[in-house]
Design a protein around this ligand. Structure first.
Ligand code: FNR
Length: 387
């Protein structure tokens, strides 16, 4: 699969030329994500190693990798994260992602729905996800600039189980036609959280969420954050490529890695809630922040997840579940829908195998495994005081 710029477009409604530009941006993002990030690269997950204990004490048949996210039980602790929708080409991709998700029993998110909120004729490219995955946990997706009524419509469009709000400041600022006024995002998130009938997951798009931002989001009533850190898809590189002057090349790599975000969120957890105190060794590592009502902000991880070992590393660092965009997009592009279905089944099997190797019967046990964090990530963690 590739984003064919010659692909026929869905009918264009009111505000045609603006919508057409938005639609072609959707196809360009896919095309550039595949072209610039053609393969998995080394990243901060490589700084995380498990201590191997030769007397592992569990059986593969005993392993339960299910995850509890936003009050729902997920059979698999990984999911297909937000990517696309709005054009005929992206409708096919959403259909194929959703079909594979339904078969594998994994949750799936759609890309930003702004294009369909402005032009209802484009909604079918998102609705296809619910049609192909009638029983899946589906996450709708908007940015913080949507008003509460639009966010409610986004959820209804997909009969979604949760709503993602994407924070993409770096992308907007490098995007030639992006927003330049980012002032009132927090108030808008607050209003959306109060209006929608489902849990809200606030996510980055590949630059990471700091503990300070997490604390704000907790106060705003978000149910979960997806730290979506560096190491995989880089929207500064993608938007820079769309600029005629390519003048932001130096900014590539901006942000925090997914691993560093998880380490920081571990230490943001009040010590009293950490069994065994501060040590991240041999004790369960709960992650997240507690709002004023005592509710725990759930932490999901995405950004640069390449294989089942990265999934297990992120879970051991406290993520409730692990999102994947770039790797699954490349799998679909290279191997088609059948290849993606095979990949999801392989990940499902291998997450269980790795948990068996680690002697972890469930995700809570994974958090008690012994981790070694080295290299640049260890140095950054030390500077943040979270080592
Ligand atoms: C994305 N991502 C994204 N996120 C979001 O919240 N809304 C969106 O519309 C999109 N669009 C989008 C398009 C494409 C082509 C890609 C590859 C990604 C970001 C995505 O959900 C994720 O946060 C990042 O891609 C980091 O994960 P990976 O790609 O490193 O696994």
């Amino acid at each position: 699969m590739s984003a064919q710029s010659s692909a026929p477009r869905l009918p264009v409604g009111a505000g045609g030329s603006h919508q057409a530009a938005r639609a072609s941006r959707k196809d360009e993002h896919l095309d550039l994500a595949l072209r610039l990030h053609g393969q998995d690269r080394p990243n901060a997950f490589d700084d995380v190693a498990f201590m191997h204990h030769a007397l592992a004490a569990t059986a593969a048949t005993q392993v339960d990798p299910s995850a509890t996210v936003c009050g729902a039980q997920w059979a698999e602790p990984f999911y297909i994260n937000a990517m696309t929708g709005g054009t005929r080409n992206t409708m096919r991709i959403n259909s194929e992602l959703a079909g594979a998700a339904a078969e594998a029993g994994v949750a799936v998110a759609c890309g930003s729905q702004h294009i369909a909120l402005d032009d209802p004729e484009r909604a079918e490219s998102f609705r296809i996800i619910r049609r192909r995955a009638p029983r899946a946990f589906i996450l709708a997706n908007v940015g913080p600039t949507m008003d509460p009524a639009q966010a409610v419509r986004a959820v209804e469009m997909l009969e979604a189980n949760a709503l993602q709000i994407h924070l993409n400041a770096a992308q907007e600022l490098v995007m030639p036609e992006g927003d330049r006024d980012l002032r009132d995002w927090a108030q808008r998130i607050d209003a959306i959280v109060k209006a929608v009938p489902v849990p809200v997951v606030v996510k980055e798009v590949g630059f990471g969420i700091s503990a300070r931002t997490m604390a704000s989001l907790s106060r705003l009533g978000a149910s979960a954050v997806d730290v979506a850190g560096t190491g995989g898809t880089d929207f500064i590189a993608i938007e820079n490529e769309r600029r005629p002057d390519h003048s932001y090349s130096y900014l590539t790599g901006w942000g925090q890695s997914t691993v560093l975000c998880l380490l920081e969120s571990l230490c943001a957890e009040p010590a009293a809630r950490r069994p065994g105190g501060d040590s991240a060794r041999g004790t369960e590592r709960p992650v997240g922040q507690t709002d004023e009502h005592g509710a725990q902000l759930e932490v999901l991880a995405s950004g640069g997840v390449r294989h089942p070992l990265d999934v297990v590393r992120a879970l051991a660092l406290g993520a409730r579940a692990v999102g994947v965009s770039g790797h699954f997009l490349r799998t679909l592009s290279r191997s088609g829908p059948e290849g993606l279905r095979h990949e999801l089944a392989l990940w499902s099997e291998q997450v269980r195998t790795l948990m068996t190797l680690l002697g972890a019967a469930d995700i809570a046990a994974l958090r008690r495994t012994d981790l070694l964090v080295t290299g640049r990530t260890a140095e950054q963690a030390r500077l943040l005081g979270v080592d």
